[in-house]
Design a protein around this ligand. Structure first.
Ligand SMILES: *Cc1c(COP(=O)(O)O)cnc(C)c1O
Length: 570
C-alpha cells in the first residue's frame, strides 16, 4: 500500500476530528459531548462561590486594559504551526473569560446587557453545528421558516398584520436602524436615489436622547449626520411633540424633506418612551396640511421597549400573575404607549437585550412587505443566487450571508419562556427597580433622576453631605432640581458632574477590590433646561437571581454607593 502523504495524515488525524461527522456515528458524537462536558465544567469553575459573591468571572486581571497591554498582546500572538488538541484549545481559551462581568450575577447592573437564556444558547449551538445561512431558503432549509415564524409571532404581538408584514434578522439594533433609515429614505426620496445617490438634505428627526445609531445610520447611508434634527424632551425623557411639529414645519419652510422620524421606545439611559401614537398624529396633520409632501417614514427604535408588548392581552384587572400594585402600575404605564407600536412603518427589536438571548439577535420588522420591492436588487446582479428559492431575503438585505443562529436563538427563547415567562422576568426586573428607588428615597445624598420612567434602569446622582446645612435632609433632590432648571447653577452642575465621575471611579475600584456591584456612569443622560449635559450614575438590575429585593439591594448597591460617596467626600 502506498504510504500516505503528510497532508493526508494531517487530514485524518487532526482535521476529521474537528468537524461534525457527516454520518451517524456514535463515537464521534460521544467525543463532541465529552469535549462540551469538559469545557462547561472548566468554564463554570470561573464562577463565584456564594461566599465570595463576586460579580465577575475568575480573577480580575485584564490583559488589554492599557495601551501597553494591547501592544504586548499583538506582539506575542501568532498562529501555531501545528494544531493542538481540542481539549488543549479549550484549556487555553477559557482563561480569557477571567475578569469578565458575570451577567447573571445579581450585583452586575451596568447596562442593558442580559444573561443569555439556555434555550437561546442551545439554538445557537445547533445552528453552529449545521450552519444554516439565511441568504435564501435553499441555504437554510426549514431554518428559514424560523425566521418567518419569529417575524409572524412578533407581528401579532405588536399588532401588525402578519400576512402583510415581513421581518428579517440582522446584526444588532444598529443594523435594524440602518435598514429602517435606508427604507425610509428610499420610500420618501424615491427608488432612483439608490442609483443617483441622495442629492438633497433630507432630514432625520429623533429625540435628543435617541441612540447614537442615528449618527451612524445617517453617516453610513450618505445622508450625513448634519441632517439629524434633535427634538427636545419632556420631563419624562420622551420626545416633546410640540417641538416635533414645530421642527417639521421649519423643515417645510426651508424646503427640506422630512424623510424619517425615529420614535425611541425605551431610551438607553433613562428608559424614556416616546408617544408613538402622538407622533403618528403629528405626521397625519403634517401631510394633511401640506398636500405636496410625501408622508415621512416612522421607524420605531424599540430594541429595549418591545418586550413590554408581551403584556398584550394581559388582564391587569384580574392580574393573574399577582403583580404588586406598584409593578402593575409601572408596567401598565409603559404598555399603554408600547401597544401603539403598530403605527410605525418598521420596528427594531433586540432579542439580545430584553429578549434574553445570546448575541447577536435582532429583528427588523417591516409593516408592509411591499415596501421591500424598493430595496431589491436585480437578479442579474446576484447571478449565483436565488435560482430555486421562494424565500430570498438576501435580495434586499445589506448582508449576503446571515447566520441561521439569529432566529434560532430568538425562537428557542420565545418557545421556552412564552408570554408568562417573559412577563414574569419583566415583573421581576421592574420590582427590583421599584425597590432600589424606594431605598434611594430613604437614603440621604442620593436622588433618582428618571422617576417618571419605568423600565429596569435607575439613574441617580449623589451629593456631598456638606449641602445638608443649606437645604436640610432632602439636599440631593433640592440641589439637583436647581441644577436641572436654573442656569445660575450651571457651575454647580459642572462641578457635581465631576463628583459623579469620581464616585463612579471609586465604585469601579470597589467592584474588583471589595466585591462591590458593577454599576455604571453616563456623562450625558440628557441636557439641563439651559443646555448643559447632566452626568449620572446608572443601575440596571437584570437578573432573575435575587432573593429579597430590598435586603439585597441595600447590601449590594446602597451600602457601596454610600461608601464610595464618603471616600470621595474626604
Ligand atoms: C442598544 C441600543 C441600540 C443599538 O442596538 P445594538 O443591538 O447594540 O446595535 C439602538 N437603540 C437603542 C435605544 C439602544 O438601547
Amino acid at each position: 500500500m502506498e504510504q500516505k502523504r503528510v497532508w493526508e495524515r494531517i487530514i485524518e488525524e487532526k482535521v476529521h476530528g474537528a468537524f461534525v461527522n457527516p454520518y451517524q456515528d456514535y463515537e464521534s458524537e460521544a467525543r463532541l459531548k465529552e469535549v462540551m462536558n469538559q469545557a462547561i465544567t472548566s468554564i463554570s469553575s470561573l464562577k463565584t462561590t456564594q461566599d465570595e459573591d463576586k460579580c465577575y468571572l475568575g480573577t480580575p486581571n485584564c490583559i488589554v486594559d492599557t495601551e501597553e497591554g494591547i501592544a504586548k498582546v499583538k506582539k506575542e500572538v501568532s498562529i501555531p504551526k501545528t494544531s493542538s488538541s481540542l481539549e488543549q484549545v479549550m484549556e487555553e481559551v477559557i482563561p480569557y473569560f477571567n475578569g469578565m462581568y458575570n451577567l447573571a450575577h445579581p450585583k452586575t447592573m451596568f447596562n442593558v446587557v442580559p444573561a443569555a437564556g439556555i434555550p437561546s444558547m442551545m439554538g445557537s449551538f445547533l445552528g453552529a453545528m449545521f450552519n444554516p445561512n439565511l441568504v435564501e431558503q435553499d441555504y437554510a432549509g426549514n431554518i428559514a421558516a424560523l425566521e418567518i415564524e419569529v417575524a409572524a409571532m412578533i407581528s401579532k404581538l405588536v399588532g401588525y398584520d402578519e400576512q402583510k408584514s415581513i421581518g428579517h434578522f440582522t446584526f444588532g439594533g444598529t443594523g435594524a436602524y440602518l435598514f429602517g433609515t435606508k427604507l425610509g429614505l428610499t420610500k420618501v426620496l424615491g427608488k432612483e436615489t439608490r442609483f443617483t445617490g441622495i442629492r438633497e438634505d433630507a432630514q432625520l428627526l429623533v429625540s435628543e436622547v435617541g441612540h447614537f445609531a442615528a449618527i451612524n445610520c445617517s453617516d453610513w447611508t450618505g445622508l450625513g449626520s448634519n441632517q439629524i434634527r434633535p427634538i427636545h424632551l419632556n420631563r419624562d425623557n420622551s420626545m416633546d411633540l410640540n417641538h416635533l411639529e414645530e421642527t417639521m414645519e421649519a423643515c417645510y419652510k426651508e424646503g427640506k424633506t422630512v424623510a424619517v422620524i425615529v420614535a425611541t421606545i425605551g431610551t438607553t439611559d433613562a428608559f424614556g418612551v416616546d408617544d408613538i401614537q402622538g407622533i403618528s398624529e403629528v405626521v397625519d396633520r403634517f401631510v394633511e396640511r401640506h398636500k405636496d409632501v410625501k408622508r415621512p417614514f416612522i421607524y420605531a427604535d424599540a430594541v429595549i421597549g418591545w418586550a413590554w408588548s408581551m403584556f398584550r392581552g394581559y388582564d391587569f384587572e384580574t392580574n393573574e400573575l399577582e403583580l404588586s400594585d406598584d409593578a402593575k402600575k409601572a408596567i401598565q404605564e409603559v404598555y399603554n404607549k408600547v401597544q401603539h407600536l403598530h403605527v410605525a412603518d418598521a420596528i427594531g427589536i433586540d432579542f439580545h437585550k430584553t429578549g434574553f438571548s445570546c448575541y447577536n439577535s435582532t429583528l427588523v420588522l417591516v409593516k408592509d412587505a411591499k415596501d421591500l420591492d424598493l430595496l431589491a436588487r436585480k437578479g442579474h446582479d446576484m447571478a449565483y443566487l436565488y435560482q430555486f428559492s421562494a424565500y430570498t431575503p438576501g435580495k434586499y438585505t445589506l448582508e449576503c450571508s446571515r447566520g441561521g443562529n439569529y432566529p434560532l436563538t430568538a425562537w428557542c427563547n420565545l418557545k421556552y419562556f412564552g408570554l408568562d415567562g417573559y412577563r414574569a422576568i419583566l415583573a421581576e426586573h421592574v420590582e427590583a427597580e421599584i425597590a432600589l428607588r424606594k431605598l434611594f428615597k430613604e437614603t440621604e445624598g442620593i436622588v433618582c433622576l428618571n422617576e417618571e420612567d419605568h423600565g429596569f434602569v435607575t439613574l441617580f446622582r449623589v451629593y456631598p453631605s456638606s449641602l445638608k446645612e443649606k437645604y436640610g435632609k432632602d439636599y440631593a433632590r433640592m440641589q439637583y432640581e436647581h441644577e436641572l432648571c436654573d442656569e445660575a447653577y450651571s457651575e454647580d452642575l459642572a462641578r457635581f458632574n465631576q463628583f459623579q465621575l469620581d464616585v463612579a471611579s471609586e465604585l469601579r475600584r470597589l467592584t474588583f477590590e471589595e466585591n462591590g456591584p458593577a454599576l455604571s456612569y453616563t456623562s450625558d443622560f440628557r441636557v439641563s433646561d439651559y443646555g448643559q449635559p447632566i452626568a449620572s450614575l446608572k443601575a440596571y438590575p437584570m437578573t432573575p437571581f435575587r432573593n429579597d429585593h430590598i435586603e439585597d439591594l441595600q447590601r449590594d448597591v446602597v451600602a457601596f454607593v454610600e461608601k464610595a460617596m464618603r471616600a470621595v467626600e474626604q
